[in-house]
Design a protein around this ligand. Sequence first.
Ligand SMILES: [Zn+2]
Length: 385
Amino acid sequence: MKATLRFLVVLSLLSIFLPSPLWAQRKTRNVVLIVSDGLRWQEVFTGADPNLLDEKHGGIWADPDRLRHEFWNDDPAERRKMLLPFLWGVVAKQGQIFGNQNKGSIARVTNGLAFSYPGYNEMLTGRPDARIDSNEFGPNPNTTVFEWMNQFPEFHGQVAVYATWEVFKNIFNEPRSHLVMQAGWDLPEKGSLTPRQELLNDLYRTTTRLDDEDVWDSFLQVPLLDYVKTAHPRLLFVGYGETDNWAHSGRYDLVLESAHQFDQFTRQLWETMQAMPEYHDQTTFIITTDHGRGSGLEEWKEHGVEERGSENIWIAVLGPDSDALGERENTATVTQSQIAATVAGLLGKDFHHQFPDTAASLASVLSERLNRPAPAAVDSGASRR
Ligand SMILES: [Zn+2]
């Protein structure tokens, strides 16, 4: 008997006697990485800040009573659910969330700068890069996990970026990576258009811009859902920008509204995908932010080295390969740099092995059975010959 054949026979005999979880396969076939720019861990874990629900410090234009009706409860656990009902009602129940410093879980950036481009670079390439010290840095010299995954035949052409911020063309190095890319105010619809598509392009052309480089979150959501339904991407980045923009604008009421809306958009994407056979029970969402912000009555508006605490973030995961460990408590510190290898690992690829100076994946996100020595790997090695 050939060694390989003998090996396969032994494997199949073993499978009769060993408990089934050891033989379970990775279920994730698709990954979506979603970012709400600059959304603080404080709001994620404790909801609306009572000190900022006024005009003096929160800069609100909204009726304070209406805002409190929408977002206030004396119990922080209820309050955060009012702000982010999908995150707390679904993700934290069926998945995991890191970063509640009140419960001994720290998630942070390691780039030392705590603003957007250095953060997205760390998240997407698995390591900080000291050269990237400005949002105007230009094309990223580093390879993102998205560009790397797009080189595999089974993923090629099915890796996409839908983001409100124009700068993602540089962060993902669009001219080199050739990823599917919808970013900034670029018209989302091309070719011969339906009336609905023409209307969307009209809104892109005619709506007053708060930021010339950053389109409204709701304007992204429409082409994003259309793209998912028609193109079936296997690896997708979704970047929402309003939570950062409204904080810089000093409008705490709109920080809350846009955070709530980001949560609704995430639910809408999850439910849309779960209703499609190619995504149902085989899709993992990683949801996070690129940086934190300062705290207190003034520094909540800004972030960076000047605003202490801006390095603190949060990371949530929901999918069929991640055990339902919920709100993580008393964990080792996790870092933004671990996201790249986690994205690849969920799709069966070893980014950290390919780029050894990058961070390892978040082990606890890949469930127990996937962290054990995998018979699947032995099997494929034996049959490859
Ligand atoms: Zn910012």
